[in-house]
Design a protein around this ligand. Structure first.
Ligand code: UDP
Length: 457
């Protein structure tokens, strides 16, 4: 196919599920606007191009990670190792694509990389290639990330256990306990990593957000006015609602168990609690059992994603008491990985118990499904605070995971009258998510702006 000049883009997702999905959705959106797309991906958590948009070209780069490095528990160390090991293979791959340029593929207008790949700045500069960045998390949490130097100066960070319930007055409605942390990592290393990425993004040609003005207008305004006055900001989400992916295309690293949908088809409208904690969160065996008993005792049907690595020191479901599932008599369906967007769009789903990863949060909002929030790390606590206190479309499990509390919160949202109000607000927010993508809507206009911006680079 003949490619038009300046309409070729190179996209480079960070190889975690919650980063791959939005980057590939963004690729679909930009493709629908007439750009041709090249995706560079690592052989760690490798994509499977045969399941992806067939109109793109895919370029795998070998990242030579040792077994030890792959199993690093400290996410911060892992991110730095990956950045370091990507530099040369990425440079080579990009050089190859740029030389195709001169031949038949058309000029590369710009490189779009994940914020976590901060090494790409120097590589892009060495090729004089403009680089834009994708923030796969929300705008409110990005404000919190950008404020880390201030939070340290004011003494909120590092977090002190005696101050957890205190409000962070500079970032209302955030509390000290909502500030970003990552398990098994030195907090100072984490703050440093975040500060590096937010600083690096200041040297980009623009920041793309998977969010929308009616949801995060305040955060976006703060980013524009206080932190990034010189960088164009493009909130064009929710991506998955505007990307015209072929229905069969899937960027899932794990196989999605389609039995979820046939099981949901047998359930009454709004009667199912969907439970999933994303691709990285872990729980211990005691928590797993509290969740299981809380779900069982709630009396509601549930669809539960138990990733093989979700429960520490366990392969899958063997921690459940013998006969647990049988006694629930088809009221429960457990899978290793679900087609989550289809699940959330299913009329049988009444509530989503989530870890509040940004993709999950936005996918739930886009379908008008109220949430039970159980944030685990990084930006998830901020997302959860906004779900419960700002948009008021969910409740937080504030007192840890305990079966009685789980049962109560499910019943509050699914059985009691109070739940109706959450549903109503969630449906209103869904309506706003739909409207922003329509002609004249904020994300629609921002996407137009993004296309013009890329063409002007
Ligand atoms: N997801 C999925 N099936 C599952 C659980 C999650 O397809 O069973 C997808 C989900 O739709 C979302 C992504 O995985 O797009 C998870 O991203 P998120 O930001 O919510 O959480 P993370 O995995 O980064 O913690």
């Amino acid at each position: 196919m003949e490619q038009s000049k300046g309409r070729r883009l190179v996209l480079f997702p960070f190889p975690f599920q919650g980063h791959i999905n939005p980057m590939l959705e963004l690729a679909n959106i930009l493709h629908s606007k007439g750009f041709s797309i090249a995706i560079i991906y690592t052989n760690f958590n490798s994509l499977n191009p045969s399941t992806l948009n067939p109109h793109f070209t895919y370029h795998s780069i070998p990242v030579d990670l040792t077994e030890n490095e792959v199993s690093i528990k400290d996410l911060i160390v892992f991110v730095s190792v990956l950045n370091a090991k990507c530099v040369e293979p990425f440079r080579e791959c990009l050089a190859g694509l740029l030389s195709d340029d001169v031949n038949l593929e058309g000029t590369i207008a710009c490189l779009i990389t994940d914020l976590l790949f901060d090494f790409t700045r120097s590589v892009a500069e060495s090729f004089k290639l403009p680089r834009m960045m994708l923030r796969t998390g929300g705008a409110a949490s990005f404000v919190v990330y950008s404020a880390i130097p201030l939070l340290k100066e004011k003494g909120y960070l590092p977090i002190s256990n005696s101050r957890l319930e205190e409000p962070v007055t500079e970032l209302s409605p955030i509390k000290v306990k909502d500030l970003p942390t990552i398990p098994n990592c030195d907090p100072e290393d984490f703050y440093q990593l975040i500060t590096n990425t937010t600083n690096e993004s200041k040297a980009s040609y623009g920041l793309i957000f998977n969010t929308f003005e009616d949801l995060e207008g305040h955060g976006l305004a703060t980013i524009r006015q206080e932190y990034y006055p010189n960088i164009p900001i493009f909130p064009i989400g929710p991506f998955h609602k505007c990307s015209l992916a072929t229905s069969s295309s899937s960027s899932s690293l794990l196989a999605q168990d389609q039995s979820c949908i046939s099981w949901l088809n047998t359930q009454a409208p709004k009667s199912v609690a969907y439970v999933s904690f994303g691709s990285l969160a872990k729980i211990d065996q005691a928590q797993f059992l509290e969740i299981a008993w809380g779900l069982a005792n709630s009396g509601q049907s549930f669809l539960w994603v138990v990733r093989p690595e979700l429960v520490e020191e366990s392969d899958w479901l063997e921690v459940l008491p013998n006969g647990f599932l049988e006694t629930l008599n088809k009221r429960a369906h457990i899978v290793k990985w679900a087609p989550q967007k289809k699940v959330l769009a299913h009329p049988a789903v009444g509530v989503f118990w989530t870890h509040c990863g940004w993709n999950s949060t936005l996918e739930s909002i886009s379908e008008g499904v109220p949430m039970i929030c159980m944030p685990c790390f990084s930006d998830q606590m901020v997302d959860a605070r906004f779900v419960s206190d700002v948009w008021k479309v969910g409740l937080q499990l504030e007192h840890g995971i305990e079966r009685g509390e789980v049962e109560r919160i499910i019943r509050r949202l699914m059985v009691e009258k109070e739940g109706e109000e959450f549903k109503e607000r969630a449906l209103k927010l869904k309506e706003k998510a739909n409207l922003c993508l329509k002609e004249g809507g904020s994300s629609y206009k921002s996407l137009d702006g993004l296309v013009k911006h890329i063409l002007s680079l």
